[in-house]
Design a protein around this ligand. Structure first.
Ligand code: MD3
Ligand code: FE
Length: 202
């Protein structure tokens, strides 16, 4: 049995295959309008290995000047595509939160991409949960405490899994250590998509 940190809900296999395929089609439509781009680390300008885009009213972006939420795609300058109904419905069903999600960050990992341990603290509404959907190849996800250096636990996230982060886990350090290639047939060319739905402003 795996014991998760307080406030973390992992729902393995919540989405069946047809639901996963429908979400992938929704995300393909988002990416046609708002292409994936490679964010960069503030100051150094070093590119992240994960490619990103967003849908919803606000999107998370990273460039040499910092991390922030904004209402337009940093490359095209267009407003983000609207949030697909399927995602709004998942948020309502699983979080029960009174207000709808404002932002959906779309992360695309090829098989060599990873995400270092970090905290998500660019939102001013830290009372709202974060809902994450995994699609495609499995990954090794890691989550620790609210201070860097505290012990961490690792678990595998598979296509169709959902993780809801709330309460004490909302400011936990977390990251993606590796992608397991060829563990899913959902995406024709492999890789992993992660969707994170959030409230940004209180
Ligand atoms: C724990 N994404 O986009 S999702 C991110 O798989 C991010 O792409 C990872 O970390 C991914 O910021 C992890 C699960 C997740 C999302 C938000 C969290 C875990 C979290 C916020 C607080 C604590
Ligand atoms: Fe994060």
């Amino acid at each position: 049995m795996l014991v998760l940190p307080k406030g973390v809900r992992h729902i393995p296999g919540h989405l069946d295959r047809p639901e996963q395929q429908a979400l992938v089609e929704d995300i393909r439509a988002v990416v046609r309008e708002a292409p994936l781009y490679r964010p960069e680390m503030p100051r150094s300008g070093k590119p992240l290995s994960v490619r990103m885009t967003n849908c919803g009213d606000l999107g998370w972006v990273a460039d040499k000047t910092g991390y922030r939420y904004q209402d337009r795609h940093p490359v095209t300058g267009s407003p983000w595509p609207s949030m697909p109904d399927r995602l709004i419905n998942l948020w309502e069903e699983l979080t029960g939160y009174t207000a709808p999600p404002q932002a959906c960050l779309v992360n695309f990992y090829n098989t060599s991409a990873r995400m270092g341990l970090h905290q998500d603290r660019d939102e001013t509404d830290l009372a709202a949960p974060v809902l994450s959907v995994s699609l495609g190849d499995a990954c090794l996800f890691r989550i620790g405490g609210t201070e860097r250096g505290q012990p961490t636990r690792s678990f595998r996230l598979e296509s169709g899994d959902i993780v809801i982060l709330g309460g004490e886990s909302r400011l936990a350090f977390h990251g993606v250590d590796r992608i397991y290639p060829t563990t899913s047939t959902l995406l024709k060319d492999g890789g992993r998509i992660n969707l994170t739905l959030r409230r940004v402003t209180a």
